[in-house]
Design a protein around this ligand. Structure first.
Ligand code: 4NP
Length: 158
């Protein structure tokens, strides 16, 4: 199963989701064979490591974002990945514009996998304060737990 997370800059939310899924899957679902990646819809930060505030907040919870570098989503990604999970509605709209029809059923919001009552979107933390980065981590950790349950079910059904 190949999972791609997508946000705007690929330096805050989607690299966080990438590291959280990798870490949680290794610990809680080692039977799943996952390929995990992330990308942005905008090119402002291509080639850069994740934002220092994102790296620090993630590191405090045991997630290593150091090796990651920002990239933009490419047309080949729409063929390659089984699930393409956007962090917010705006980025989902951009994905729908760029993806071929056949890929649309693989485009979702990450927070569809979060528990009932959670937000639907992971808010952009870039221009906010430090609490925003903790909130991003809380939302992503909860959604990735739900995503892992979904992936286990899919693996059993396959
Ligand atoms: P991300 O956050 O989409 O979660 O990586 C942002 C990063 C950079 C910018 C906006 C959001 N920016 O405007 O440069």
């Amino acid at each position: 199963m190949k999972i791609l997370f997508v946000c705007l800059g690929n330096i805050c939310r989607s690299p966080t989701a990438e590291a959280v899924l990798r870490t949680m899957a290794a610990r809680e679902a080692p039977e799943l064979t996952l390929e995990v990646d992330s990308a942005g819809t905008a090119a402002y930060h291509v080639g850069e490591p994740p934002d220092p505030r994102t790296r620090a907040a993630a590191a405090r919870r045991g997630y290593d974002l150091e090796p990651l570098r920002a990239r933009v989503i490419a047309s080949a990604d729409f063929e390659r990945f089984d699930l393409i999970l956007a962090m917010d509605a705006q980025n989902l709209r951009v994905l729908r514009q760029r993806a071929p029809r056949a890929a649309h059923e693989r485009l979702r919001l990450l927070l569809e996998f979060a528990p009932e009552g959670e937000l639907r979107e992971v808010p952009d933390p870039y221009y906010g304060g430090p609490n925003g980065f903790e909130h991003v981590l809380d939302l992503i950790e909860a959604a990735v737990r739900g995503l892992l349950a979904h992936l286990r079910q899919r693996a059993r059904a396959a």
